[in-house]
Structure formats: C-alpha cells, structure tokens
Design a protein around this ligand. Structure first.
Ligand code: AMP
Length: 213
C-alpha cells in the first residue's frame, strides 16, 4: 500500500493514518511530526521551520522535498508507506512524482478527507497532543482518561502553538490557496478518492480502506 492522505488541518489525517499504518504494517510518514521533532531537538532545520509553522505558513518546498526524498529511500518503505501532510503544494506533488518514478514505484491512491470549516476550527482549537508519542486527543470529542495525560504512554499533553484560533484560520486559508489544487492534480491521474471526514472515526476508516483497496 503506497498512499497519501490529503485534507485540511483538522480533517483527521493523523488519527486515520495511525489506524491505517497499524492495519497495513507500513510506515506513517507525517511531515508535521518530523518537523515538530526537529523543532524539539532544535536542529538547524527545526529552528528554520519553527517560524513558518508558528505563523501557520508552509515550510519552503525545497526543505520539505529533501526531507521526504531521504525518508522514502529508507528500507522500511520498500513494502509501502502512508504520507500524511505531504505533498501540500503542486511543486511538492510534482517532485514526489519524480522521486517515486526514480524509485520505480507508483501510488495506489490518494484519499482526500473532506470536512466543513466550522467543524475543522472546533477540532483544531480543542486538540491536544502528547509531547512524547504524538498521540492526539480532543478536550470534548476524545478526552484522555486523566486530564492532561496521554492514555498510551503517560506523556504530558499540550496544545500545539499553531492550534490557536487565529493561526488555525490562517492554516485553513493556506490549505485552500496552496493545497486544494492537488485535488485536481491527482484527479487527472485517476488516483483521487473523496471521503467525507465527519461520519465517525470507524466509518471514515472503513471508507478509506475500501477506497484504497
Ligand atoms: P501538520 O502537522 O501536518 O498540520 O503540519 C504542521 C505545520 O508543519 C504546517 O502548518 C506547516 O507549517 C508545516 N508542514 C508540514 N508539512 C508540510 C509540507 N508538506 N510543506 C510545507 N510545510 C509543511
């Protein structure tokens, strides 16, 4: 299974990606998680990316393409992978097409998870993330058993700096301007599968599996 999850911030890509990668035994490649790890470790790339991320803007294409090209060439991607949060621009999608053809592999499909803006904003502003294992929760929809503590690893939960209302709105705007054109890009290649993302976790999961298999 070689696939991409597309969808606005808050569509549930991360949660669905966790479920899909567990089912298919493939690596979950989340460029957002990779960048947050680099910020945490204060690497030169992390320091550069942080300014873009905190304002809700995209990190420059050349940085992102380099990270993903290196990650896809690793052995654990030989039997498949799931990309979550990449590509996010047409330039990234075109670079991905080149990377994959260089590796002599192709995509099975691209799932586009669609959710209305008002729901997305509620999901983003209520989201909490584990600082240790990156598991996600929601203060109302999916609270942890103990407030502020991750059910899976006991790590401390925090609110992402880019999940405040103002930055969340900017991220939705950036999505519409820079990422929505990918729907057309992958439709033309016959790879796109549209999925409604507000029908419940298990239902969305079944629909994505059905669409990609
Ligand atoms: P995410 O966790 O996918 O919502 O990503 C968080 C932030 O990381 C985004 O708002 C961007 O600033 C940055 N980012 C993640 N993936 C990409 C990408 N493919 N291209 C550019 N910026 C990205």
């Amino acid at each position: 299974m070689r696939t991409i999850l597309i969808g606005p911030p808050g569509a549930g890509k991360g949660t669905q990606a966790e479920m899909l990668t567990a089912k298919y035994g493939i690596p979950h490649i989340s460029t957002g998680d990779m960048l947050r790890q680099a910020v945490k470790e204060a690497t030169p790339m992390g320091l550069k990316a942080k300014t873009f991320m905190d304002s809700g803007a995209l990190v420059p294409d050349d940085v992102m393409i380099g990270i993903v090209a290196e990650r896809l060439a690793r052995d654990d991607c030989a039997n498949g992978f799931l990309l979550d949060g990449f590509p996010r621009t047409v330039a990234q999608a075109e670079a991905l097409t080149d990377i994959l053809s260089g590796l002599r592999i192709s995509l099975n499909g691209v799932a586009d998870i669609e959710v209305d803006d008002d729901i997305l904003l509620r999901r983003l502003t209520g989201r909490r993330v584990c600082g240790e294992c990156a598991a996600t929760y929601h203060v109302a929809n999916r609270p942890p058993a103990r407030e502020g503590v991750c059910d899976k690893c006991g790590g401390e939960l925090y609110q992402r700096p880019d999940d405040n209302a103002e930055t969340a709105e900017t991220r939705l705007k950036v999505y519409k301007e820079q990422t929505l054109p990918l729907i057309d890009y992958y439709s033309k290649q016959g790879l796109l599968r549209k999925i409604r993302g507000d029908t419940g976790l298990e239902n969305v999961f079944r629909e994505i599996c059905g669409a990609l298999e």
